[in-house]
Design a binder for this molecule. Sequence first.
Ligand code: NAD
Ligand code: GLY
Length: 360
Amino acid sequence: METLHVELGERAYPIHIGQDILSHLPGMIQSTGANGVIALVTDSTVNELYGDKVESILTQAGYTVVRCVMPAGEAHKRLPQVEAFIGEFLQGGMDRASLVVALGGGVVGDTAGYSAASFMRGIPFIQIPTTIVAQVDSSVGGKTGVNHAIGKNIIGAFHQPEGVLIDMTLLKTLPPRELRAGLAEVIKHGVIADEALFGHMEIHIDAILNCDLNALIIPVKRSCEIKAAIVADDEKEHGVRANLNYGHTFGHGIEAVTQYSKFLHGEAISIGMCAAANLAKDLGLVDQAFVDRQKACFEAFEMPTTWPDMPIDEVIEAMKHDKKARAGLLKFVVPDRMGHVIHRNDITEDQTRRALQAVR
Ligand code: NAD
Ligand code: GLY
């Protein structure tokens, strides 16, 4: 097992990464000082696969466990689910000495994390991410929350976990499409911060697509290092943390006009990164070879790089409503070389339109 650290002073925490490492969970809980009932929060799919295993690790270590299961799927990442969890916490005898364990993908991590942030004004939680998205992105950095009818992740709080336990073996049951979509965030980390990571992805396509854990653990670990360093620098997203939004302004627009149903998030980000690379080329920051190299990588991982023929105006309108926009002004993260990005808030609607046109 290897351990990375998110350096946030009093709120610093470890990220443990390895294979078959769930047995470390009781030690992690012990080191937080929590000594009350433990909530094991998960979704229906992950519960079937791993709920009993994790609960028995906790009960054998002497903890009383209340298991809280939400239906799987983004549609359930809403406030009524938070209220339901908090009801279960109360019925299970939880108090301020209790701790939440979030076992699942980003939907579980965000919902459980926000429930922990809200319960009695905040109790500690530990993340056990079970998807690539959750391992390399959502479990690290303390963004928790749920969706509102008007927008994604509109209701939320920064609430850092006490620790993250990444057991790579849990990925063995992940559906291939979810695995591929999660890799978009890994490729993103390569483009924004580390050309070597991008190169690793280009070289190990087959092994990674086959979920070879020895090939996957390297980019997962490197992604966590990159995200941990960015979060340590800019926890509340006043500056460099926005680098993580590369491809997301376009991607969120495409997700919104396709009603969050045609593409998985990572698939929309793949298209969004292709649009952002075209924007960078239009701005003279990168050349066509850069655009082609990034696109070829997504294609090799069988991810979409173009979007359906829908009105561009609708996408641009949806982009303006993204919570990352300020007063309707779009902010873009664009690469100026492989492994490095800059921020631009002077992009015209025409330039935005051309970038979207280039990936149709
Ligand atoms: P998800 O949590 O919905 O998981 C995808 C599907 O895979 C679900 O059906 C789930 O039940 C299933 N699953 C999970 N682990 C499995 C496993 N090991 N084996 C088999 N099936 C498994 O989706 P996701 O892609 O992990 O997360 C997406 C969510 O994360 C979105 O809501 C997004 O907003 C959020 N997110 C948050 C942050 C953040 O910083 N907080 C960052 C990125 C994404
Ligand atoms: N997923 C983007 C962030 O954590 O800031």
